[in-house]
Write a protein that binds this ligand. Structure first.
Ligand code: ATP
Ligand code: MG
Length: 241
């Protein structure tokens, strides 16, 4: 398999502050973009790489085919000079765990670089269900973005469970809570609105809205093709876990 263009570009770069934003992006919406932009600005990142998920570990619903989700992320991010999209997760066979993606990226970038894994409050509160959460925290700084409906007040007690193992390994918990303008938007909401024939203009970038319409996506049940129903959860680099 040919190497992803973003991965090729990152290989061997030194001293990079790299943001990673994982998700199913089914479809990508403006809260994803606001979150990526805020992280870029707040943590002085060089770049934010969006990583659409392949088969997420906690797949609870069928996803739109990865190629279409990937294309929507490309459409949404193409004009931003510091946003890019990687095929790393969608081209990898099997279930994608955050930890495996972070291991790949860390070995690619070398020790002087820093990886910031950007998640929403819902995803980060699930961290104990992820594969090797201590290792995830050793490999990256986790940015937990506020999200309406999810209380990050619980985060400290969740992280306390990981602390003993991390300090045994001489690692610190590196988690940053990032306040972002509250946007009560989710991909689920976008899908529901489309299924009901409601407008999604301004909730997703215009090019994404056109792509959805052109391809007849999310019009109702039965057009999905990638697994059982439900939120894919948060332990894919591309979503959660
Ligand atoms: P779904 O409703 O299908 O779960 P979603 O809107 O949660 O979709 P995902 O692709 O599951 O989108 O999420 C990707 C990442 O973006 C996750 O870390 C999630 O927490 C974060 N995120 C999504 N929407 C928001 C939002 N409105 N505010 C903050 N973070 C968000
Ligand atoms: Mg979600």
């Amino acid at each position: 398999m040919a190497e992803d263009a973003v991965i090729s570009r990152l290989r061997g770069q030194r001293g990079v502050r790299l943001g990673i934003m994982g998700g199913a992006f089914d479809p990508i919406h403006i809260a994803h973009l606001v979150t990526g932009q805020e992280a870029l600005h707040r943590y002085h990142l060089d770049e934010v790489v969006f990583l659409p998920s392949g088969i997420p570990p906690h797949k609870r619903r069928e996803l739109t085919p990865a190629e279409l989700r990937y294309l929507m992320v490309v459409l949404a991010t193409a004009s931003h000079p510091q946003f890019s999209v990687s095929r790393l997760e969608i081209d990898r066979p099997g279930i994608g765990y955050t930890v495996d993606t972070l291991e790949s990226l860390a070995s690619l970038l070398g020790p002087e670089s820093e990886i910031f894994f950007i998640t929403g409050a819902d995803a980060v509160l699930d961290i104990l269900t992820w594969k090797k959460p201590e290792r995830v925290l050793a490999l990256c700084t986790l940015i937990a973005a506020t999200r309406p409906g999810y209380d990050l007040g619980r985060l400290a007690s969740v992280l306390a469970e990981l602390e003993p193992e991390l300090s045994r390994q001489g690692q610190q918990v590196r988690v940053e809570v990032m306040e972002i303008p509250a946007l009560g938007i989710s991909s689920s909401l976008i899908r529901e609105r489309l299924a009901q024939g409601l407008p999604v203009q301004y909730l997703v970038p215009e090019a994404v809205a056109r792509f959805i319409e052109k391809n007849g996506l999310y019009r109702g049940a039965g057009q999905r093709a990638e697994g059982p129903r439900g939120d894919p959860g948060s332990d894919c680099a591309t979503a959660s876990g």
